[in-house]
Design a binder for this molecule. Sequence first.
Ligand code: 26V
Length: 816
Amino acid sequence: MTARLEFDQLQSSAEALRRSLSNRLMYGVGKDAVTAIPQDWLHAAALAVRDRLVQRWMVTTRRQYEQDVKRVYYLSMEFLIGRTFSNALLALGIYDQMKEALADVGVDMESILDLEPDAALGNGGLGRLAACFLDSMATLGIPGFGYGIRYDYGMFRQQIVDGEQVEAPDYWLRAGNPWEFPRPEVQYRVHFGGRTVRRDGHVEWLDTQHVNAMAYDTVIPGYATDATNTLRLWSARADEELDLSAFNQGDYQRAVESRNISENVSRLLYPDDSTVAGRELRLRQEYFFVCATMQDLIRRYLRTHSTLARFSDKVAVHLNDTHPVLAIPELIRLLVDVHRMSWDEAIGNIRRVFSYTNHTLMPEALETWDVELLGRLLPRHLQIIYDINAAFLDEASDKGAHELDMIRRMSLVDESGQRRVRMAHLAIVASHKVNGVSKLHSQLMQHDIFADFARLYPDRFTNVTNGITPRRWLGQSNPPLARLIDESIGTKWRTDLTELAGLRGLRGDASFEAAFRAAKRCNKVRLAQRAKLRSGMVFDPDALFDMQVKRIHEYKRQLLNVLHVIVRYNRIVADPQRDWVPRVVLFAGKAASAYRMAKTIIKLINDVAVKVNNDPVVGERLKVLFVPNYGVSIAEMMIPAADLSEQISTAGTEASGTGNMKLALNGALTIGTLDGANIEIGESVGQENIFIFGNTAEQVNALRAAGYRPRQIYEENAELRNALDQIRTGFFSPDDPARFSEIFYTLVDWGDHYLVLADFAEFVAAQEAVDRRFVDMPGWTASAIANVAGVGQFSSDRAIAEYARDIWNVKPIDMG
Ligand code: 26V
């Protein structure tokens, strides 16, 4: 019999919240109003909010069990959540009430919001996408679990010292994390190393070392629904017994040390979003994560089912890129070696269970693991991968793939040079669906890197264009615009973003346009104030705010942007009296710590900024600022203030982009190439409301094939030549004239791999068109409104609905 519990039904009034606050401060934080510091108030307020989430959480969990629903497990090494407090308040509809409750006890809510650290458990787009997807799954009532790693150290904090990036550790758990529930009773053993033996027709994995994975749960609230979901993150715990044995032998120090070493597996997020470092610890992390996750979902399934025979009816596992691909051999191992399912039955289940999203075409970012390393760390998994490969190659040959070259290309093991397992191939072979993240990306995936597979399994490949959650990226980050939209077309857009199309009807409505402009100005003033506070720089809120905010990478072409800034600067100096459109060019983004060129680009941006900002001839006509430590919270502050969104990657390189969607949703116009989701954004907002320039993906290929000659472009374009020579000769770095020579040679003499010079002239022309449009303020505003009105389909709700229907075959729960 279960005990009958009596607990308080928590209400949402300011009055009830004030009472909760007092209780939580007293009994949760252990402080009173006299001793509480602002951090304590935030903690108490977070606990008061969390209590209200828990009520819904229990209801949702009960409904899921009652309805024996099919669940989706979204496996991702990264979840870039950001802050939770405001988001939860808005989801629960208690933002104003909490503000009032805090005011009643003498605390200004806005001033404590900034004390909450970002949960920065991700690098960039892939991690933030996972966070938007959690929000949408909960909001749509899709029974979903996020699974990941609870890194002690998230994405590093970026400081800019003398114009250069300096990394500092991000110990985000310092003040405790009020949003998580530790589950010490949920722990699984994760084994490494050892050897395998065959006994009675079964394989046993022996002589291993192990570490435990302990669960931490976070409630993910849906917006304006009782439905919630769970994000379960694993943290490494050394085994008690192991310690004790060393301790008993009198070696106390060694016991504690070995504990630390095995717990390193969840210590830090790898701060690299495009090259796979061949690091053993990263492989250990990947396995640690999927091993605990697969055990957990089998255990959950067996709680309500007596055998695993129909596992795939109730379980969908989604692989966010290849990072969790070891879940495939791990699930096979558990089914076959532990639960004694036949190989064929296990394989059948696997294909129905798994699906995989590819997030990049860049060859250096496609994961492969050294066979020797895999065999040493995970001998049983390597065997299973070989067995899958053998079966796959048979199947391929049955389907007519006889050609040796083709077999070599498709094999799960790359045999050229040191043998390596191709994780993407394993994901494709073992999944029933594989998707790209924009139309172009999905096409290129099928025609280029995975063409052989697409021919073999034509029905397997599909597209789901990315999306972003309107709750955070408009509702929370941009209150002035959100309020205006509420007043103009109602509040439904928050759960159906296509409602924004209703704004088209307000075209030509002078008072709406004025209010729209006022909202943008308000956000620009807010950003300018922050910049003044942090950097001392003053800029005019009526200038055009031009933003490129994203990871620093050569393919994203921050260099193309800098070249335009330099040319603009030179033009202003040559003719200061012309009617220049004042611009503030803002950059933000982190460089991978080992990516030298990306770090040099940051230094160049800062050196150019010093030159431009201190030239008295330039004045307000041009300002350049690099905003340090870009992350979710800084994005929420910057994006609403943008007039112009820079989406200028070499066509064919940016899989989708999601910053492009956030900026358009906040009323920025895009200047961009025909790459990733830019193409679809252009189709939706209207080609007259976007500035497209540059070579297409097809033209990029043709150019490269024909023998691209950047030096010729350099020689023929005087303004470009001048800018590049300034970079080369130390015009921006008089203290170290050779500092940027490598940039010059990379672009002019070493092939300019990302075709910066090829797109330069068109980029500058597009920037001139931007200026012309901006001085026509009514025209600009109409375009900005068209952008907001047109981006409805880029909601993560739409994306998740497509995944649920076409890939996972799951339905929303009935909340009754
Ligand atoms: C690779 C690695 C290598 C090992 C260390 C950690 C790490 C972390 C991430 C990655 C892959 C990054 C791939 C990625 O972030 N792709 C981005 O995905 C976005 C969401 O689909 C998409 O909008 C961006 O265009 C795409 O670059």
